[in-house]
Design a protein around this ligand. Sequence first.
Ligand SMILES: Nc1ncnc2c1ncn2[C@@H]1O[C@H](COP(=O)(O)OP(=O)(O)OP(=O)(O)O)[C@@H](O)[C@H]1O
Length: 235
Amino acid sequence: MAALLEVRDLHTAYGLSRVLFGVSLEIAAGECVCLLGRNGVGKSTTMRSIMGLTRPSAGEVRWKGHAITGWAPHQVARSGIGFVPEDRRVFADLTVWENLDVARLVAGRRGDWTPDAVFDLFPPLRPIAGRRAGYLSGGEQQMLTIGRTLMCNPELLLLDEPSEGLAPLVVEHLLQQVLVLKQRGLTILLAEQGVDFSLRLADRVYVLEKGTVRFSGDSAELRDDEALRNRLLAL
Ligand SMILES: Nc1ncnc2c1ncn2[C@@H]1O[C@H](COP(=O)(O)OP(=O)(O)OP(=O)(O)O)[C@@H](O)[C@H]1O
């Protein structure tokens, strides 16, 4: 299995506060991989380190066989990695459609995604295309943030805690929509605390604990072994 993304022995700190202590992981093209683990174990920091938003102090990020460690976030994005951050940043004063169109203008990557294709994936956004994004619900904002990232035509999508703070029904819809992306062959790295959400989506998981990988394996292994799940995730 040739890795599309390879993270090798990543160490990252915020000032003097060390957060990652040698995280390594791999994702092959078309895979959906999940980073699982409790609050504060370093899932977001791993994603931020991949994106170049927080510079690792040691280790390497390789994308399609090339080292991209230390690249600026816009260079990483232009190389084909899209990031949907935890805090769902939308341009509140722009309409839904404008939020999507802006992404197309800055993307600099050719591909199939258009606002119309995003509305096909997320039908609830179509009737509110003219509404300012600041007035959307949490679920609509999450769809828009994912849609905006898709407009940059990524080959790998990093999704940070997409289900956080959303009602169960909204999470279920979101899960179906991410499954569609997976079925279309998009490679996905997901960070989640929601174990059910993750295990239904992911092919493989990495469980993080205090900035290290405590377990890696097939999702089915965790799904079928309650004792292992309890031990790793202390549910
Ligand atoms: N900008 C920052 N400055 C200082 N410390 C930070 C910063 N961002 C995160 N941290 C700390 O780094 C640690 C790991 O945080 P991180 O967000 O990567 O964890 P996480 O597993 O994604 O959890 P969460 O679900 O809370 O996002 C935490 O102790 C957090 O307080």
